[in-house]
Design a protein around this ligand. Structure first.
Ligand SMILES: *Cc1c(COP(=O)(O)O)cnc(C)c1O
Length: 222
């Protein structure tokens, strides 16, 4: 992986997810594969759609607005997840376009999203992003701030679907995945968005309900 044939890469990743789920005595169907198509054009995305993939992730509102309305018109049943940082002034567009938002990480964004959701009568699933390694300059709330952020999200009636994290680069991710899973259990949050191309199998064994896989499906980003 990645292979030249996107359908084959998709099948291999699905098989790896199933295998990891079974190892952990989990149901493979409880893990959603988000194909992260950021930077890739429609021509690269369509083979995956043709192979049956319907859940996709993008990290920029504008890029997604440019690509997906067309693709969605041609391929029914697409679910779109925002996996990148979100500025409050883009909350309105994000709520309009996405079915799930994985980067809810501060009270001001919660207010902006709540306002947009009330106005549009549409409530995308929200994942609260945690800066699980407490790294400077990384997206996500500090681990210590999660209880307050969660309370704010619940008070604003955001549909809290899960926690999301990107562990520190170049170190073993398993302890961070385990910590995120513990935080979710402690706070009664159902979903866990964790695991990317390099580590999604580990994430699945530790409870990921959503894995965000880009380069292993599409090849390196241009
Ligand atoms: C780009 C991105 C991914 C996918 O990364 P790969 O390593 O290409 O699988 C997952 N999550 C987030 C937040 C991303 O920005």
């Amino acid at each position: 992986m990645p292979s030249d044939d996107p359908a084959q890469a998709l099948a291999a990743i699905r098989a790896a997810i199933d295998h990891s789920a079974r190892l952990a005595r989990r149901e493979p169907g409880d893990v959603t594969l988000i194909a992260v198509s950021k930077t890739h054009a429609a021509e690269a995305i369509e083979p995956l759609l043709a192979a049956g993939q319907r859940v996709f992730g993008e990290n920029r509102v504008q890029e997604a607005e440019a690509k997906w309305p067309d693709l969605r018109a041609r391929w029914p049943g697409v679910t779109l997840h925002l996996v990148g940082q979100l500025q409050s002034n883009k909350a309105e567009e994000a709520v309009a376009l996405f079915d799930a938002i994985h980067s809810v990480d501060r009270p001001s964004l919660i207010s902006a999203l709540a306002k947009a959701m009330d106005r549009q009568g549409k409530r995308p699933d929200c994942f609260l992003q945690v800066n699980i390694g407490d790294e400077p300059q990384k997206g996500g709330c500090a681990v210590a701030d999660l209880p307050a952020l969660l309370a704010a999200a619940r008070a604003a009636d955001l549909p809290v679907a899960g926690l999301m994290a990107v562990p520190p680069a170049a170190v073993e991710p398993a302890p961070y995945f385990a910590l995120l899973a513990k935080l979710a259990r402690d706070h009664d949050v159902p979903g866990l968005s964790m695991g990317m191309s390099a580590d999604f199998e580990t994430a699945v064994t530790l409870g990921a309900t959503h894995v965000r896989v880009g380069s292993a499906l599409f090849g390196a980003r241009g």
